[in-house]
Ligand binder design. Structure first.
Ligand code: SF4
Length: 333
């Protein structure tokens, strides 16, 4: 096994495209060979994007916490009546908000919506998702979030977020956005009730889309925050990913997603110490500074509000790298 692993990692470093079975085997490594996988991924990162660690100045705006869904991993959403928020969002409401922001702050890049919201707006407004995306783009949408992906395997989705778009619909809307020049991020939410095979299948779907569209700006692994979630309370999900899993998620993604430039570590989900280790296991981006964050906090995460670039710099320099500020679309500032 040891030699097999070394051969595989050497092959990948010289251009072999990893198969799903090979990636699954990497996720199952439990001993010191985790470090070998991380080291190979770190080499790939250096080859592909050099030694800069990037970050973006951003603010997450959650226009409402009222949600018609009931995802088992969510500790954020409220139902009508809970806090008396407005239930009727449609395509027009999204576009109005984007237009207001765009007009008030024309220099700000608007990264918003996700395939689920696009599908929802389309349904509420009796429009096609193509029409909704076109209207959002006209209203100022610069790029779209690749969230609501969770795990792109329907048997898992049925357990954790049955009301969200299916895998097929998520993929279709992402392709549609890319085709009309709206780039998106790509995410995975892992560490709940998915199998290694499901994670790998998810990565394979992303790699295939990227081959066709080149529309993904980055891959962002999101470690499941379990504390306040119905899924954990009901015993369906475990208590989140372990440190080994967090490291391997970044490393295997870097090795498997050979057509992605940027891999982000989420300090919001993992904490800054684990995020730093991710930076020497294949990641090259620390994500956003944030100013206020509600989603992970709702699920029970702490220290999610703001990360000072000075602290990011300390973390980057500590591993011999340089911190640089980027835009949402990875142009250096
Ligand atoms: S994860 Fe998003 S879609 Fe699901 S219940 Fe929470 S707010 Fe709604």
């Amino acid at each position: 096994m040891e030699n097999q692993l070394r051969t595989l990692l050497d092959d990948v470093k010289t251009g072999h495209r990893m198969s799903e079975n090979e990636a699954r085997d990497l996720f199952q490594v439990r001993n010191r060979q985790v470090w070998e996988i991380a080291a190979a991924a770190d080499e790939m990162r250096e080859q592909r994007v050099g030694n800069t660690v990037t970050y973006v100045r951003n603010q997450n705006i959650n226009v409402t916490n009222l949600c018609v869904n009931a995802c088992g991993f969510c500790g954020f959403s409220k139902k009508p009546g809970d806090e008396g928020l407005h239930p009727d969002f449609n395509a027009r409401s999204y576009c109005d908000v984007y237009r207001w922001i765009h007009e008030a702050a024309p220099g700000v890049h608007l990264h918003a919506s996700n395939p689920m919201e696009v599908a929802y707006a389309a349904k509420k407004s009796h429009m096609s998702t193509y029409e909704v995306l076109t209207a959002m783009k006209d209203a100022g949408l610069g790029s779209m979030c690749g969230t609501a992906a969770e795990i792109l395997v329907d048997s898992v989705r049925n357990k954790i977020c049955a009301q969200k778009v299916s895998t097929e619909e998520w993929v279709r809307i992402i392709r549609e956005a890319h085709a009309m020049g709206i780039p998106t991020t790509a995410t995975i939410m892992y560490g709940h009730c998915e199998r290694d095979e499901d994670r790998v299948h998810h990565l394979a779907i992303l790699r295939e889309i990227q081959d066709e569209t080149h529309g993904f700006t980055e891959f962002v692994p999101l470690s499941f925050i379990h504390m306040n979630t119905p899924l954990f309370r009901a015993g369906i999900a475990r208590a989140g990913a372990t440190g080994r899993e967090d490291l391997l998620m970044v490393a295997v993604a870097r090795l498997f997603l050979d057509n992605f430039k940027n891999i982000q570590v989420s300090w919001v989900k993992e904490g800054i110490k684990m995020a730093q280790l991710g930076l020497i296991a294949g990641a090259n981006d620390l994500g956003g500074t944030m100013f206020e964050e509600s989603i992970s906090k709702g699920a029970g995460a702490v220290n999610t509000d703001y990360l000072d670039p000075a602290e990011m710099q300390r973390v980057a320099e500590d591993i011999g790298r340089t911190l640089k500020r980027r835009t949402t679309l990875y142009e250096m500032v």
